[in-house]
Design a protein around this ligand. Structure first.
Ligand SMILES: [Zn+2]
Length: 254
């Protein structure tokens, strides 16, 4: 604004100088005319007039221009409050803009914070899920190990029970075998003892009744009722007794 105003004043000053110079020319011509004659003086005056007129025109034009520029300056001056207001508004707008940017920045930070918080929350949830998964896996492994241990213990117990049963059965079998062996050994011993006693053994093969001509095993109860003098302690084959006319007892059936 000020530059325009200054340019206007400078232009006016230049025009005034030019006008002044034109005036001086006129004076010079007039002085010249006094020395060189009327014709030359007239011509000079005419030329000076022309110059003055031209200068006047130029001045008028300059004035018009200056007036236009002054008007423009005035308009500019008049417009200043508006401009200042506009500038103020601009400043206000800038303030609002700054405020808005600050708000945006704040909003962005809040959003970032929220985003970060959400990410942390997700990470935490993920970590917790991983821990839970790990804990479950450990529990599962522990449970399986316990099951396996239990199963093995059951198998071991079953195996031991089978072994124990097998061992007891073997012992029982062994005991029976030993008993059988012992019984057989005793029988054998008894038989040998009987053999060694030979013909002088106290127990006869049969006892025959010399009165009734019946013969019995020694253990038959009929023998008890027999009179001692009728007893015949027979050592030998039953056929020998039959051949001698003796008959087997119907009770003990020898
Ligand atoms: Zn008999």
């Amino acid at each position: 604004m000020k530059n325009r105003k200054t340019a206007g004043f400078i232009l006016i000053a230049v025009l005034l100088v030019l006008t002044c110079l034109a005036g001086c020319g006129k004076l010079a011509a007039y002085s010249n005319g006094n020395g060189k004659g009327n014709e030359a003086g007239t011509a000079a005056v005419s030329a000076a007039d022309e110059k003055t007129k031209a200068a006047a025109v130029t001045t008028e034009a300059a004035k018009t221009e200056a007036g236009r520029k002054t008007e423009a300056a005035q308009k500019t001056e008049a417009a200043r409050p508006e401009t200042e207001q506009a500038a103020s508004e601009l400043t206000a707008g800038t303030d609002a803009d700054v405020s808005r940017q600050a708000a945006e920045e704040e909003s962005r930070r809040a959003a970032e914070e929220e985003s970060r918080r959400i990410e942390e929350s997700i990470a935490e949830a993920s970590r917790q899920a991983a821990e839970e998964e790990s804990r479950r896996a450990e529990e599962e492994a522990s449970r399986r190990a316990a099951e396996e241990a239990s199963r093995q213990a059951a198998e071991e117990a079953s195996r031991r029970a089978e072994e124990e049963a097998s061992r007891q059965a073997a012992e029982e079998e062994s005991r029976r075998a030993a008993e059988e062996e012992s019984r057989r050994a005793a029988e054998e011993e008894s038989r040998r003892a009987a053999e060694t006693t030979g013909p002088v053994q106290s127990q006869p093969d049969y006892i025959a009744n010399t009165s009734s001509h019946k013969f019995h095993y020694p253990w038959c109860h009929s023998v008890e009722q027999m009179a001692e003098h009728n007893k015949w302690y027979f050592y030998g084959n039953r056929q020998e007794l039959i051949n001698q006319g003796y008959v087997p007892c119907k009770n003990c059936n020898p």
